[in-house]
Write a protein that binds this ligand. Structure first.
Ligand SMILES: Cc1ncc(COP(=O)(O)O)c(C=O)c1O
Length: 394
């Protein structure tokens, strides 16, 4: 088959909920993918931030193969070895606490919202304040938490009790908090929202506000977690711990897994047996893959690689900014970088793809680069050369 034939299948049988690029990827290895016609691409946005270690990392593939031969699924009324081990690993790398496993980022956030509601229910508190331009998922409650009208439009009435304030505006946040508020949720770097970084002082003040008012502080680390910013979790750049943290995407480096991490200091009887569940959550296949992700990051010293390669890519992008006035700003942390343009970026994304580089554009004008955390200088140079050529052609 070719791309056109596959696209025809989609036209006939797949609901058109995604805007499509004319590309059918059939193979991936590290930071490279190949389309169905055999053309090679350098992927600076692998799996929409899912394939954190790059495509088909050998350790992840090995762990999956090994697990597939033994056992695919254990229902959550029994114990699964790998789920316990993965929870231990996540806690070892984050803060004292416990983990609930699910399948996606939206489910992890939905779990956080449900946790917060249950936490607040004895005192009649249920409201959550989250940020404008945030993105937390596509279930009804996470759509309500998401601070983007275009994602909510047409799905009203949404669950009530969600308010949105601009990121980094402490006064607006304080004004939004009432005696019904139970939680504040934010992404430390807004991904879909255009790579907007939370200020250090702001995050510390938000923590203080939560402590003062007994609010749960939720960090959505679905996109920023698992090494993306050069630390295991982005909050570790801030010296501020959340009460709840959500993970997904790179956690499984290609397999569907999500997690809600709850700080040990939160009382234990919030989500009691029977109050919340997920049939597939933390099953042996995905937890084996996620354990391999953690081990690989440790063994290959990938956090250091992110710090080094993040600085390198940023310096190269700043060189492009000095050369092309259409670039307004380069921002982000580690290997989560945004290039804000003075014009829509869709045509640039298309031209990059035609020249063999996959990137993303969000909020119309922000090119988003989240290369695999295994990326090398040589591949960064190759990608930047393509970007340079595309900017020059405009
Ligand atoms: C910060 C953040 N939270 C939640 C989600 C939702 O994750 P999923 O698509 O796995 O449901 C995303 C997805 O892009 C995200 O970036």
């Amino acid at each position: 088959m070719n791309t056109k034939e596959v696209a025809d299948l989609y036209d006939r049988y797949v609901l058109p909920t995604y805007r499509k690029s004319p590309l059918c990827i059939v193979k991936g290895k590290g930071s490279k993918v190949w389309d169905i016609e055999g053309k090679e691409y350098l992927d600076f946005f692998p799996g929409w931030a899912v394939s954190g270690l790059g495509h088909c990392h050998p350790n992840v593939v090995h762990a999956i193969k090994h697990q597939v031969r033994k056992l695919l699924h254990v229902p959550n009324n029994y114990y699964g070895l790998k789920q316990g081990q993965l929870a231990e690993k996540i806690i070892a790398k984050s803060f004292p606490g416990r983990v609930f496993f699910c399948n996606s980022g939206a489910e992890a956030m939905e779990s956080a919202i449900k946790f917060a509601r249950k936490f607040g229910s004895p005192t009649g508190r249920y409201e959550m304040v989250s940020m404008e331009r945030s993105f937390h998922g596509r279930t009804l409650a996470t759509v309500a938490a998401t601070g983007q009208e275009r994602i909510q439009k047409g799905f009203e009435p949404l669950p009530e009790g969600f308010k949105h304030v601009p990121l980094n505006d402490l006064e607006a946040l304080k004004r939004a908090v009432t005696n019904k508020t139970v939680a504040i949720a934010l992404e430390l770097i807004q991904g879909e929202g255009g790579i907007n970084v939370a200020d250090q002082a702001y995050v510390r003040e938000v923590r203080a506000l939560c402590d003062e008012k007994n609010l749960l502080l939720i960090f959505d680390e679905v996109q920023t977690g698992i090494g993306r910013t050069g630390k295991w979790f982005a909050y570790q750049h801030y010296g501020v711990e959340p009460d709840l943290m959500t993970l997904a995407k790179s956690l499984g480096s290609g397999v569907p897994i999500g997690a809600l991490v709850v700080h040990r200091k939160i009382k234990e009887d919030v989500l009691t047996p029977g109050s919340h569940a997920c049939t597939y959550g933390g099953n042996p296949l995905v937890t084996a893959a996620a354990l391999a992700v953690f081990k690989t990051i440790e063994k290959e010293k990938l956090l250091q690689n992110v710090a080094l390669m993040g600085d390198y890519l940023r310096s190269k992008l700043l060189e492009l900014k000095a050369k092309y006035s259409l670039i307004k700003e380069v921002r982000g942390i580690g290997l989560m970088l945004g290039v804000e343009l003075d014009r829509p970026g869709a045509a640039i994304v298309d031209r990059c793809r035609e020249r063999g580089l996959l990137i993303n554009c969000t909020q119309e004008r922000v090119l988003r680069l989240l290369p695999a955390i295994t990326i090398t200088k040589r591949l960064i140079d190759q990608g930047v050369r393509i970007l340079d050529g595309v900017f020059a052609s405009i």
